[in-house]
Design a protein around this ligand. Structure first.
Ligand code: MN
Length: 233
């Protein structure tokens, strides 16, 4: 029998995402992201989108900044901080080897998010065949707006997803352009590990990704979820 041990010291509380029209919040367990899930973005990153199954990477759960208005301090060790606007889904349940036809039953809600990327660090990692973690998983790299609850039938699967910088439109796609649907992403990811309640999944970005600097203000929008305003400070 193992004795119950108290933690030796306190750690930061779990990251959360506010839920629209509720006093409750979505507790973040883990953050997973899909690479190259819109054909035009895959092309701008120099790959052929039609030949590759989805691939995944992760960010630390405490990389979250959430709310309708967020401020991100320009991160260290980069001169090329890029935005990637994405639809983000949050799970209320999970499992291993989830069938595509059941995958949306695990969705609690969705929001719009920005997968911030230190593109120079990511590019160096790609060139040297090293992990992407330091390019993708820094403090504040997962910015998300307020979450709306959806069920399997109401989750937006078509409609615009856009990002403006200082009022100029930089990204515009349609959720129906995703190479792998949200259900397919959940099902495929669940073949690698057991998904759990509280997991967030960034579902990929349309083309038009680019750099921002201190003072820039981004407005991210996606069908059916509240607008997210993010300023770089
Ligand atoms: Mn991304």
């Amino acid at each position: 029998m193992t004795a119950i041990r108290e933690p030796a010291f306190a750690v930061a509380e779990r990251s959360t995402v506010p839920i629209v029209g509720s006093s409750q919040c979505f507790p973040v367990n883990r953050i997973f992201c899909v690479g190259r899930n819109y054909a035009a973005h895959a092309r701008e990153m120099g790959t052929d989108p039609e030949r590759e199954p989805p691939f995944f990477f992760a960010k630390p759960a405490d990389a979250i900044l959430s709310g309708s208005t967020c401020s991100l301090a320009y991160p260290p060790r980069t001169k090329d901080l890029h935005f990637e606007v994405e639809l983000v889904v949050g799970l209320k349940s999970g499992g291993l080897n989830i069938a595509v036809e059941n995958a949306l039953d695990d969705v609690f809600g969705a929001c719009v998010g920005i997968d911030f990327t230190r593109r120079d660090i990511q590019a160096a990692a790609k060139a040297t065949r090293r992990p992407w973690d330091m390019g993708k998983g820094f403090d504040g790299s997962a910015v998300v707006g307020e979450m709306v609850t959806f069920d399997a039938r109401s989750l937006p699967q078509a409609g615009p997803i856009t990002l403006t910088v200082n009022g100029n439109e930089r990204q515009r796609g349609d959720l129906s352009d995703m190479i792998w649907s949200t259900a397919e992403v959940i099902a495929e990811l669940s073949t690698y590990l057991s998904l759990k309640a509280g997991d967030l999944i960034f579902t990929g970005t349309p083309d038009g990704v680019g750099p921002v600097i201190a003072g820039d203000r981004m407005i991210a929008e996606a069908e059916g979820v509240p607008t997210l305003t993010t300023s770089i400070i």
